[in-house]
Structures are given as structure tokens and as C-alpha cells.
Design a protein around this ligand. Sequence first.
Ligand code: NZQ
Ligand code: ZN
Length: 396
Amino acid sequence: MQNFDFLISTRLIFGKGTHKQIGELVKPYGKKVLLHYGSSSIKKSGLYDEVINALKQSGLEVFELGGVLPNPRVSLIREGIALCKKEKIDFILGVGGGSVIDSSKTIAGAAYYEGDVWELVEDRTKQVPGGIPLGVILTIPAAGSETGGGAVITNEEKQIKTSFGNAYTRAKFAIINPELFFTLPKNQIANGVADMMSHIFERYFTTTDNTELTDGLCETILRTIIHNGPVVYANPADYDAWCQLGFSANLAHNGLLGLGRAQDWACHGMEHELSAIYDIAHGAGLAILTPNWMKYVYKENMGMFLQFAVKVMGVDGSFRDPEAVILEGIARLRALFNSLGLPSTLSEVGIDESKFELMAKKATGAQYGRERAIGGIKKLSWQDVVEMMMFGATAV
Ligand code: NZQ
Ligand code: ZN
């Protein structure tokens, strides 16, 4: 196991009715609040009115910026930064999913920068003189961004989707009330399941030895997701199942599961290229790529994939034929995704081969003259990624 140094400074408030305290939670940070949200879901569900009323009852002055799209765009982030500067905003409240939270984080972390926000994204050595504190109310368990320090944002002109983070992009508090998930459409539930599972896979499939504790944590949380994902998919008003799933999604990406172990992140690297160019849902892209990636790399670490097949996917085959057990485990993962209506081929989401090479070169940095292999279990060159995408075109 490797050494680690771990701090999650975000206060996590979990459970029924917890969003009702929002006014009192924001109040200590100042008077002017920017409420940042997505398209229409929080207005339809009534959450918008509840939040606005709670903030106003606490004597806060509310400014708002809606319209965050999935794969959040830097153009709206620029608008948010300009609004914060003009109105001297004291606090940013993001109400939504990973896209809203990541947009909020980026505004918070770049609001004091005098140049353009994309300069900060491109050059991580640039310093900012400060940031605006932020808090979030989560409405979809998926990205796990609520307690993390990083954001994933899209430059729509450059067709680049990449991460951003600095000392000011971590939320002061995150509210997870599973009641707020009841209104999620089935495709978003499924996307969330694929994403939270992927966040665990990226950490679980490791080259580090002696990781029994975090292996076990990963396996337990994966099994919890595999059990409760289909339950909420069938009944989106099952509070108890949402509690298990919402907590799992948070643990999947708060950093805990990756402590002391080398991580992979090849699937995320590849998926961000799909979302950047084709604007598909992140979870859907991961559902397509992940089983194909597993099939492409499992021979590099048969023990790890055997453990996955047996302990996570419940395969009960002969250990004298580990390969059969592994392939059955991967097939069960694909079947789970299919049962949730997730796509299994790139062609299903309208992606053909024409940009495979471009996406592979972007994912590995070869497009920008800084080529490096991605992944951990198997180091993938851009040529490997093209092959992976070819796999994706026909599904395992
Ligand atoms: O815009 P509205 O109308 O709110 O609708 C949203 C959106 O269309 C809808 N939705 C959210 N909560 C709802 C709801 N609809 C009904 N009822 C509710 N309660 O769901 C749609 C998707 O929302 P989005 O925020 O895009 O989903 P998600 O949480 O999956 O976030 C995806 C983004 O997070 C990034 C992804 O790349 C993607 O851009 N990620 C961020 C990470 C991070 N910051 O650490 C890590 C992840 O790996 C991921 O890359
Ligand atoms: Zn993800």
C-alpha cells in the first residue's frame, strides 16, 4: 500500500428535509448569494421556490443564473464570473447535479482572476488572489462532485472537456437529501449508476499490492449500487434505496476508496473526449466504454479481474478456468447496464469512426504534442484507444 495524506473539508449534510436549512447555512458567508442551477428540473419539482424562499427568509439578497447544461459550458461560466464581479457576490449556491456543481465551482475558483477563466484551466501554475465560497444542494447522485475539489468543464468552441480545480473550488457544505432524487427520469438514474460505478472501478483496478481494506470497501459499495440501482430504476420514489445509492455515489468519489493505491482513470479520459465532441451524457459514455475496456485490459492483471468477477459480480465458476469467470463477470456488468437501458455501442449514441483517431490523440495528449500513455492496469497509447473505440463500435 502507498502512503497518503487525506482531507475532505466539505461539511456533508445528509437526509430527509435537510435542504430546508439552506438559509441559515448560507447566512454566515455574507449577504449576496448567486443561485446557480440547470434548465428546468428544480423549477418543476418546486425546489427552486423552496430555496429562494429559505434564502430570502434568512435576509439574503438573491441573484440567479440558470441554464447550466449537461457537460457545463465555459461560456455560461464566464457569464457567472462577470455577474459575481459586477454584483460583488459573497456566496455561490449550486443547486443541481455534477454539471451545475462543476460550473459553480469554476465560477467560485476563477471569480477573482482578472484574465479569462480558460487561461487558468490551461495553465495550472497561474495563481488567483482569492475565490468565492460555495455550497451545493445535490439533485442527482452520480458525479460525486459535491465533496470533491475538482470540476469538469467544457470549452464548446475548442471541443475540449477537461478538469479544473484550485484552493477555492471545494464546497463549504453539501446537502444530499435523497427525496430530491424522486423526480429523476430513468435515463438519468441509469447514467448516475454507470458513473458512480466507474468512479469505483477507476480506483479498484489497481497495480498496487496489499490493498485489502480499500478493495473490500470498493466491493461492498459496488454491490450496494448493483442492488439498489435497479430498485430505484423500477421505483424512483424509494427513499431507502436512494439513501444507499446517494451515499454510495458520494463515497465512490470523495477520495476515500483510492487511498494508498495506484489508480487507473483511462475510461474517464476516453469518455471525456466522447462528451466533448458529441455532447453525450457522461454516464452513457462510460457504460459503453467500461466493459470494453475491461475486456481489453484484463489479461494484464487476471487476479484483480477474477476478484471483481467473484466478489462484485457474484460469479460462481471454476477457479481452474479463471478466464471464463472473468468474462462472465464482464458480461454481467454489460447485462446490468443493458437492464438499465444504457447504450452498449458508440453507434447507438450516434458516434461513428470518423473522429476515433482525433479523440484518441486528444485523450493521450498526442494531439497537443505531449503524448503520454493513459491508464494504470494497462498503459494505453493513442493507438490502443483507437482500438478500444473500435471495440466500442461493436460492443463486447
Ligand atoms: O438541467 P436540469 O433541468 O436540472 O436537468 C438535469 C440534467 O438534464 C437533470 N436532473 C438533475 N437532477 C434532477 C434532474 N431531473 C429531474 N430531477 C432531478 N432531481 O439531469 C440532467 C443531468 O444533469 P448533470 O448535472 O449533467 O448530471 P451529473 O450529475 O451526472 O453530472 C455530469 C457532469 O459531471 C461531470 C461529468 O463529466 C458531466 O459533465 N463529472 C464531474 C466530476 C467531478 N467534478 O468530480 C467527476 C465525474 O467523473 C464527471 O466527469
Ligand atoms: Zn465520472
